[in-house]
Design a protein around this ligand. Structure first.
Ligand code: SF4
Length: 197
């Protein structure tokens, strides 16, 4: 259908994220430091995101787009609320279980958190949880056997975390993972790997 929807001029966007916060429907994400309308069916065309934009990067346009899906927006908002409450608690719980060397429990908490997030949008936690998983696997497997399979699994988890933080433009977190891989796994993540992913 042809309808009114927002348009984001990426040249003007400075990635501040004000629009993503202002959009109650959750239609906008910040990806690679730029705002993107990633869920067109979440955009109601009212433009709550427009007034706060400091660079005037957002305008309206009339174009072919999927209809606004109120039910999907409500469901996403509920999941987001669930994420907001449960995920920080689960991440704390994982760290506590690691400190107590309760690795199986930590892994179960990580999987539970990733299950909740996979239907929501807390990217920051996705990266953190994959990195925590790599560290837990390293602790568990290193003490059981010395074969290299566990290392491959750790590398996969580290790489996932690295990619997520890369997409989010989180340099410090990327560096921490890079250093961990080098020191603990004797393995170097390269930009080539990122491109071939
Ligand atoms: S508010 Fe404007 S400048 Fe900030 S992220 Fe959104 S579009 Fe970009």
């Amino acid at each position: 259908m042809i309808r009114k929807i927002i348009h984001i001029d990426e040249e003007k966007c400075n990635g501040c994220g004000i629009c993503a916060t202002a959009c109650h429907e959750g239609a906008i994400d910040i990806i690679d430091g730029k705002a993107k309308l990633v869920r067109e069916h979440f955009c109601d065309g009212f433009g709550d995101c427009l007034p706060g934009c400091p660079t005037g990067a957002i305008t309206f346009e009339e174009r072919e787009a999927p209809a606004y899906d109120e039910a999907a927006v409500k469901q996403a908002q509920q999941l987001k609320q669930q994420e907001k409450i449960e995920i920080p608690l689960l991440v704390d719980c994982v760290k506590y279980e690691i400190a107590l060397e309760k690795y199986n429990r930590a892994l179960a908490s990580i999987e539970r958190a990733l299950d909740i997030i996979s239907v929501g949008r807390s990217m920051q936690y996705v990266g953190e949880l994959h990195f925590l998983k790599a560290q837990v696997l390293s602790c568990v497997q290193n003490s059981i056997d010395k074969n290299r399979e566990w290392q491959d699994e750790c590398k996969r988890e580290c790489f996932m975390a690295y990619v997520v933080f890369g997409v989010m433009g989180k340099k410090e977190e990327k560096e921490e993972i890079y250093k961990y891989c080098l020191e603990k796994l004797n393995w170097q993540i390269t930009e080539q790997m990122m491109l071939s992913d």
